[in-house]
Design a protein around this ligand. Structure first.
Ligand code: NOJ
Length: 661
């Protein structure tokens, strides 16, 4: 028999895979990244190399289950290789097209000992990183997961930017530390490894499972911790079940991390049949004045959400073409220490907020309200009202709602990032989708790319945003904060940071302020991505600088393409993006507390074309501390072969619109 006939005979007998030894390695499509699994007697491990350089040295995989032995030792039953290459279109985002190109290895295993549970390890390796997850085929009763044994052991000399898990809202600073000095930290964890490697560890598609945190140890080791229920259990799982993907982006520059869309690729395609109502937008709001202490959420003489005041914002939005107006503090429940209030009513406005009059007025002027549901993390109270709460808004033409969860625990008991919290957030997003409502989720669980599946989950907080600059005892976010965000929190998805400050005086809380120049506030609209982007200052303050406000009016919120030509994490960043709906490019450059001169090659512009560059820059005497509002607006003609010198003041920035002639 010749070889072909032998092959046919074996294939017909269905024993090709079973007769050969199972594969335990898979490489990226370009062959550079290699992911290898080693099934040792004392447990299952994986390791990763990039062009022959070690990125992850043998690191453990597995679980501890309740009532079962530690599930880390396996018999490998089979392995299956496959490949995938598809380009799909985002509903909205930083890039219209995303290429999903990977090689996959699935290793089918049976636990040694215990109840001989079946588990598959599914690995996908892309040119820009890898993801793996555990898949439990249907079997027996539900599983009670106590711990996940997943580890990431990166080169020992690496350093990481990470946020500790002390702040349940993810509103702390990212600090750079050797791996061994990391406390228990939230992901994304961004790593600078020897040899100019930039790595980011996170997770994709967090569904019905707790958030993964990491604990740093000696030798570059980080081991997973799952945020438990109050019972100490990590997750209750009914098979068949797949865990979220454990992911690592691997890049040669900080910008490579930002322009990786691997996390989106590891989420399910859009579940909304016609998502044309999931529209990116800019909004202003009855908001900053309250955070500055000039108005109240509760009813009274300084109540922000009174009909006349809201109409003033609607007028301003209509005049300047801003589509949305957020209104907070409109519904009953904000009195006293409101986080203790477990009975916010989502269909009962305060008497001085006439929702019909306001929404009719807004509709006449082509403006829509952005609604607000502050739940104070009393999720049962919210879930009991969810359908009627969304219907109340949609009956008034409101299809965008900001949600909030200010409280250390949900329902006085469970962590926001636990399986309990993850289930609640998803229920809200899916119920909102059924009502054609877009969500801006504050105090969320850290995003993991769910917006690919549910594009009505437009944006989320989970960041130490601009509000801290209004009232935080530490004086407000330091200048380096916003040039760290794109490479840390930003890797998890859109951020409702809410910049746009044009006035730096805060008589009520004089100890705090926005620590940027005004030109940097403009640049952040390009640098920090969100499809719902707030212009957070008041109409009066914007009216004082109409020339600068023009950039906020012009800047898009939906992009064809994004590039990060130059950046040093935490020092400075230059981001350029092409508008999804025109041929205009936008540039945002920002620096930390150090003034800086940068030269930006304009090679991203269309070759041969001429552009008018409208440049919003720091004035020569600008400085975030002493002279934040000094800026210039100039115009010049440029083309793709030019190099543009930029001068950024201390804490400053430059914003540019390039209009194709
Ligand atoms: C915290 C949110 O981040 C903020 O935007 C909101 O104004 C307050 N909670 C009140 O809900």
């Amino acid at each position: 028999m010749n070889n072909k006939l032998i092959f046919m005979a074996l294939a017909a007998a269905g024993c090709l895979a079973a007769c050969s030894s199972p594969s335990t390695e898979v490489t990226s499509p370009d062959g550079k990244i290699k992911f290898a699994v080693d099934n040792k007697a004392d447990g299952l491990c994986y390791s990763v190399t990039d062009a022959g350089t070690s990125i992850v040295s043998p690191s453990r995989l597995g679980f501890v289950l309740q009532g079962n032995d530690s599930v880390a030792r396996f018999d490998v039953l089979n392995s299956v290789m496959s490949s995938h290459d598809e380009t799909w279109e985002t509903v909205w985002g930083e890039s219209r097209e995303v290429r999903d190109h990977y090689n996959q290895l699935t290793i089918e295993m049976r636990q040694k000992g215990g109840n001989e549970m079946l588990v598959n390890l599914e690995v996908r390796v892309f040119d820009d990183g890898f993801g793996y997850r555990y898949v439990f085929p249907q079997q027996g009763d539900s599983l009670v997961i106590m711990e996940e044994l997943t580890e990431f052991i990166v080169p020992a000399a690496s350093e990481a930017w990470a946020m500790t898990n002390h702040d349940v809202y993810y509103e702390d600073y990212y600090r750079r530390k050797p791996i061994a000095e990391l406390d228990t930290v939230h992901t994304p964890v961004t790593i600078e490894a020897p040899g100019d490697k930039y790595l980011a560890i996170h997770e994709a598609n967090l569904t019905d499972y707790p958030k993964m945190q990491l604990i740093g140890e000696e030798g570059g080791k980080m081991r997973a911790r799952l945020v438990p229920w109050s019972t100490g259990v990590a997750a209750y799982v009914v098979t068949p079940f797949a865990t979220p993907w454990r992911t690592m982006i691997i890049g040669g520059t900080p910008g490579d991390l930002v322009t990786s869309y691997m996390m989106l690729n590891l989420n399910e395609p859009c579940a909304v049949e016609d998502a044309s109502w999931c529209k990116p937008m800019k909004y202003i709001g009855v908001w900053w004045e309250m955070h500055l202490g000039n108005g109240t959420w509760y009813a009274g003489p300084n109540h922000g959400a009174n009909t006349a005041n809201v109409k003033k914002y609607i007028d301003f939005a209509a005049e300047h073409g801003i589509p949305g107006v957020l209104v907070e503090g409109w519904n009953v429940g904000w009195e006293g220490h409101w986080p203790a209030n477990d009975h916010f009513d989502f269909t009962k406005p305060y008497p001085d907020f006439d929702i019909k009059e306001i929404t009719d007025y807004a509709a006449e002027k082509g403006v829509t309200l952005v609604g607000h549901h502050e739940t104070a993390a009393w999720t049962k109270n919210y879930e009991n009202q969810l359908d009627t709460a969304f219907k109340f808004y949609t009956d008034h033409g409101v299809h965008n709602v900001k949600t909030g969860y200010v409280n250390l625990l949900m329902d006085g008991k469970e962590d926001h990032s636990s399986q309990y919290g993850v289930r609640h957030y998803r229920k809200v997003v899916e119920t909102a989708a059924a009502n054609k409502v877009n969500i801006d989720n504050h105090e969320p669980v850290m995003p993991t790319g769910i917006q690919r599946t549910w594009p009505n989950l437009m944006t989320q907080e989970g960041v130490r945003g601009q509000e801290h600059c209004a009232w935080d005892n530490d004086g407000g976010n330091p200048p380096e904060h916003t040039v760290l965000m794109p490479f840390t929190r930003g890797l998890a998805g859109p951020m409702d940071y809410t910049f746009g400050t044009f006035n730096y005086d805060n008589p009520v809380y004089p100890f705090a302020r926005v620590r940027t120049t005004l030109a940097k506030e403009l640049a952040l609209y390009v640098i920090i991505y969100s499809p719902m982007q707030m212009a957070s200052d008041t109409p009066e303050n914007y009216s004082a600088h109409p020339d600068a406000f023009q950039f906020i009016k012009d800047v898009p919120v939906d992009w064809e393409k994004t590039l990060v030509p130059d950046a040093v994490i935490g020092d400075y960043v230059v981001t350029v993006r092409l508008d999804r709906n025109s041929s205009d490019w936008y540039l945002g450059a920002a620096t930390d507390e150090d003034a800086r001169e940068l030269n930006v090659a304009l090679d991203f512009l269309e070759p041969g074309a001429e552009y008018t560059a409208q440049i919003y820059a720091d004035a020569p005497d600008a400085d975030w501390e002493t002279n934040p509002t000094a800026y210039t607006v100039t115009e010049q003609t440029v083309k793709s072969t030019d190099t543009l010198p930029l001068k950024l003041a201390a804490g400053g920035g430059t914003a540019i619109r390039f209009i194709k002639k």
